[in-house]
Design a protein around this ligand. Structure first.
Ligand code: AR6
Length: 187
């Protein structure tokens, strides 16, 4: 089955196979880069499906950032343009450099910052892609454990905040990897 869910913190943590741009959660998360000017993978798909309003907002936000760059591990919010989701949370994951340069902590921070921003805005459902495991090269088994541990911890620490937090996995292999990691973490 291409969907798994566990109850946590009064809400549901879900794993689904699919396309992040089609999720009807209040917010979807973009695996962006520090320029916020778009790119390939999830980033390209979101800007294509959401239309030019998202890039326009990203440009305005970039102007306010030191060096016009969003540091890895942080997150910002735009509207969702033509997407089913009302908002896009743009975060930057770490580029994988072998695992000794703080990549794990930056990846956890990207998930945490995105949820904090959603919470601040009062959003009750958020969908994430598998941040950093495409162009940025983070090994997916390790990323899955970090992502899910971070999401579970946030949900437990902020009970009643979210109805749904969803991981949207593009490939069957990634879905299976996340499913196994979730089983290991929740028994
Ligand atoms: N829905 C869900 N997941 C997807 C989709 C989709 N439509 N398309 C790809 N994936 P990536 P990163 C999966 O490369 O590693 C961009 O150029 C994909 O199979 O999108 O954080 C940015 O501008 C992979 O498992 O993100 C940055 O420069 C996962 O999403 C850079 O790539 C993440 O792959 C960020 O790289």
């Amino acid at each position: 089955m291409d969907k798994v869910s566990v109850r946590v913190g009064g809400g549901v943590l879900e794993l689904v196979r699919g396309d992040i741009t089609q999720q009807a959660t209040e917010a979807i998360v973009n695996a962006a880069n520090p320029s916020l000017m778009g790119g390939g993978g999830v980033d390209g798909a979101i800007h294509r499906a959401g239309g030019p309003a998202i890039l326009e907002e990203c440009k305005q936000i970039a102007k306010t950032l030191p060096g016009r760059r969003l540091p890895p591990g942080q997150a910002v919010l735009t509207t969702g343009g033509n997407l089913p989701a009302r908002y896009v949370i743009h975060t930057v994951g770490p580029v994988w450099r072998g695992g000794q340069e703080g990549e794990d902590e930056v990846l956890a921070s990207a998930y945490r910052s995105s949820l904090s921003l959603a919470k601040e805005k009062g959003l009750r459902s958020v969908a994430f892609p598998s941040i950093s495991t495409g162009a940025y090269g983070f090994p997916v088994e390790r990323a899955a454990r970090i992502a899910l541990r971070t999401l579970l911890e946030f949900l437990r620490q902020h009970p009643g905040t979210f109805d749904v937090v969803r991981m949207v996995l593009w490939s069957p292999q990634d879905f299976e990897t996340y499913r196994q990691a979730l089983e290991e973490l929740t028994g």
